[in-house]
Design a protein around this ligand. Structure first.
Ligand code: PLP
Length: 396
């Protein structure tokens, strides 16, 4: 079955808007041309709006989110530094793993998968740390593996209440540009994202925003680094030329995607993601299934991780979606493999696309033996979307 289009409902890479695809489909450019900075410099400026920072600096590394994690750590910390982290899904796990492999002394709080950053435990550890041994606190804003969004403002409050001056690192790979993120207001020092989620581009850019405090810490940091060194990138953000060959087409695509984002408006994008996510959640609940995010306060507006019943293998649901209905869903990773499948609902997406995701998931679930009523999830989501769209069309 190869007619029509395939359907991508993984939580990144996300669908690429036509305008972005077209912007990238150009002959190769000269990355040393005198007018190249006219493309590059406004990107740094405009990305600051995405991070909601006026005082921070933005760096664009050819790489991915994982590269930006490494850049953040290796430029601001030292081997043996104690850091406070929490692990509640595959991506927070991988960040802990990286921190350990780079030689940090990680104080890791393990949390049930389905919950997020444990604010009380963070407050406690920070309050107990009288000698300020903890140099940095890490938070995965949106755990893509479990569909859990954490309270970054709450982490800032824990730091402030305990008068602790550790750096605050935030992984915003599947949140920034899709759900509310406020670097300056929340006092985030290192904020990380990638190009392939809310920015609606192919993978290939690791994007990092660094506060003035983060840049100060950089001066004391002696970790080995080369490709990811801030110095070279600080020069780039002034000259508009990269220290190595930049992926020019991605930068052109980034220009187009930022233009689309500003035309829609960041707050409108957050509202759309909430509306779309809520329709998917209503569908899931109408099936009688639960989300992996085990309380409403954790529900993510960019990805829903859906727990199947005991007698169903989520891997089979995903396989059915792909082979029978040309639909890609996200897999359950590591601990939740086979128990969970994920619907990514971020990026260039609308209501009817989400209904397609639910329709395909319903068929794939039933084919895998799930006892859910055909059409029930789609119907629940339809009613929500109709009501929401009707509400926005009412005269004010
Ligand atoms: N952090 C989160 C929350 C993610 O979802 C991902 C990837 O999906 C990463 C980090 C790793 O990013 P990348 O695959 O771009 O290296």
């Amino acid at each position: 079955m190869k007619n029509g289009t395939a359907h991508l409902f993984i939580p990144g890479p996300t669908n690429i808007p036509d305008a972005v695809r077209r912007a990238m489909n150009v002959p190769m450019q000269d990355m040393r041309a005198p007018d190249f900075p006219e493309l590059v410099l406004p990107l740094f400026r405009d990305l600051k709006r995405i991070f909601k920072t006026e005082t921070g600096s933005v760096f664009i590394f050819p790489g991915s989110g994982t590269g930006a994690w490494e850049a953040a750590i290796s430029n601001t910390l030292n081997r043996g530094d104690r850091v406070l982290m929490s692990r509640f899904g595959q991506f927070s796990h991988l960040w802990v793993d990286m921190a350990e492999r780079l030689g940090l002394e990680v104080d890791c709080i393990d949390v049930e998968w389905g919950e997020g950053v444990p604010l009380d435990a963070y407050r406690q550890r920070l309050g107990d740390d009288k000698g300020s041994k903890i140099k940095a606190v890490f938070a995965t804003h949106n755990e893509t593996a479990t569909g859990v969004t954490s309270d970054v403002a709450g982490v800032r409050a824990a730091l402030d209440e305990t008068a602790h001056d550790a750096l605050l690192f935030v992984d915003g790979v599947s949140s920034i540009g899709s759900i509310d993120f406020r670097m300056d207001e929340w006092g985030v020092d290192l904020a990380i994202t990638g190009s392939q989620k809310g920015l609606m581009l192919p993978a290939g850019l690791g994007i990092l925003a660094v506060s003035a405090k983060g840049l100060e810490a950089h001066k004391q940091s002696r970790m080995e680094r080369c490709y990811f060194s801030f110095e070279d990138m600080q020069a780039s953000s002034k000259t508009g030329f990269f220290p190595y060959t930049p992926p020019t087409q991605l930068l052109l695509g980034l220009r187009a995607s930022l233009d689309l984002i500003f035309a829609e408006g960041l707050e409108q994008i957050f509202a759309r993601h909430h509306r779309l996510a809520e329709g998917v959640r209503r569908g899931v609940h109408a099936w009688g299934l639960k989300l992996c995010a085990n309380e409403e306060k954790w529900w993510s507006d960019t990805v829903s991780a859906i727990v199947v019943s005991e007698d169903v293998d989520a891997r089979q649901v995903i396989a059915n979606g792909y082979s029978r209905y040309r639909t890609s869903f996200g897999a359950g990773l590591s601990k939740v493999a086979g128990r969970v499948f994920r619907i990514g609902h971020l990026g260039d997406l609308n209501e009817v696309m989400c209904l397609a995701a639910l329709a395909s998931a319903e068929m794939s679930l039933r084919d895998a033996g799930a006892r859910i009523e055909a059409g029930s999830g789609v119907a629940a989501a339809q009613e929500w979307y109709r009501a929401e769209i009707g509400r926005t069309l009412q005269p004010r």
